[in-house]
Write a protein that binds this ligand. Structure first.
Ligand SMILES: C[S@@+](CC[C@H](N)C(=O)[O-])C[C@H]1O[C@@H](n2cnc3c(N)ncnc32)[C@H](O)[C@@H]1O
Length: 282
């Protein structure tokens, strides 16, 4: 079997696009219980989209769905487009006729741009996932992004971001885990998450992703991230300062353990590590 590229390995190791879009749907329903309009969400923009797996999963939720996915790296967008076209090739091979779902290929738009320069018609939901928001190191640039995102949302629209943190997130070290792709499309491999350095003065963290294969070879620093570890409280405050009417933390911690079921919360146990969603409503 040919060695997959680093994005394929990344998709298998860290991405859960179906879970992400299920979370968007739940956040959208909750927003309606908070007095938001009951109109269903159909328009998504995935900022910092990488392989655009989340936008692709959104498109597959229904015929009414439309998505824009933005990244400044043309190589990853080309790959995303190839993967999207392959989905339609499989549909065609399965015997569907043009005029059926095949027409939806053009309903996903991939935009090669800096998210700060992107001009798109307003959408129901903007997603900035896999900690992409941590790319903003200064309050000023973070605030500018939040304002820009707010302007690209329809009234009552949601900005969904995720953050990680906790004392364990500041500790240098590498954690390895085995990845066994369920569809057997690629060989099992090891995924390594390294927190190389954390600067307590600036909150900056240098993180790397490594891959290790059964033939003894490795792909070191396949991905590198220079992030600032913003806290959930900082992010909520910054969203409110950026003009959002509401910003809430969703955590999956129960008794210090992660459960994968995210619920709105105002308070969290002091777990060694956590991942939260921040949902801000325009
Ligand atoms: C951490 S990855 C996240 C990828 C994807 N969202 C996911 O869930 O796995 C960050 C992505 O954001 C892109 N990126 C970083 N800064 C950007 C910017 N200012 N404008 C557009 N894309 C950016 C990178 O090229 C990279 O693909």
């Amino acid at each position: 079997m040919r060695r997959p590229d680093r994005w394929r390995l990344y998709e298998q190791a860290v991405q859960h696009p179906e879970a992400e879009v299920a979370f968007f749907e739940r956040a959208w329903r909750l927003r309606a219980t908070d007095g938001g309009s009951p109109t269903p969400a159909s328009l998504l923009c995935e900022d910092f989209c990488g392989t655009a797996e989340v936008a692709r999963a959104w498109m597959l939720l229904g015929e009414d769905r439309r998505a824009v996915a933005i990244d400044h790296d043309p190589r990853v967008l080309k790959r995303a487009w190839r993967a999207w076209c392959a989905h339609f090739r499989r549909l065609r091979d399965a015997g569907l006729e043009p005029g059926d779902s095949l027409d939806r290929q053009a309903d996903l738009h991939l935009l090669c741009a800096d998210v700060m320069q992107a001009k798109i018609p307003p959408v129901h939901i903007i997603a900035a996932l896999n900690f992409s928001i941590l790319t903003f190191h200064q309050r000023q640039s973070l605030r500018a992004y939040l304002r820009h995102a707010r302007r690209r949302l329809l009234p009552d629209g949601l900005l969904v971001m995720d953050l990680f943190g906790g004392p364990g997130a500041m500790m240098p070290g590498t954690v390895w885990r085995r990845v066994e792709p369920s569809d057997g499309s690629i060989e099992p491999f090891d995924y390594g998450w390294e927190q190389r350095t954390f600067d307590a003065a600036t909150g900056r963290i240098d993180c790397r992703i490594h891959f290790r294969f059964d033939d003894g070879t490795t792909m070191r620093s396949a991905f590198r991230y220079d992030w600032r570890l913003w806290s959930p409280a900082d992010m909520v405050e910054m969203c409110l300062a950026g003009g959002f009417r509401r910003a809430q933390i969703h955590s999956d911690l129960v008794g210090g353990q992660r459960t994968g079921r995210f619920r709105r919360t105002r308070s969290m146990p002091n777990a060694r590590e956590f991942v939260v969603y921040i949902v801000a409503q325009r």
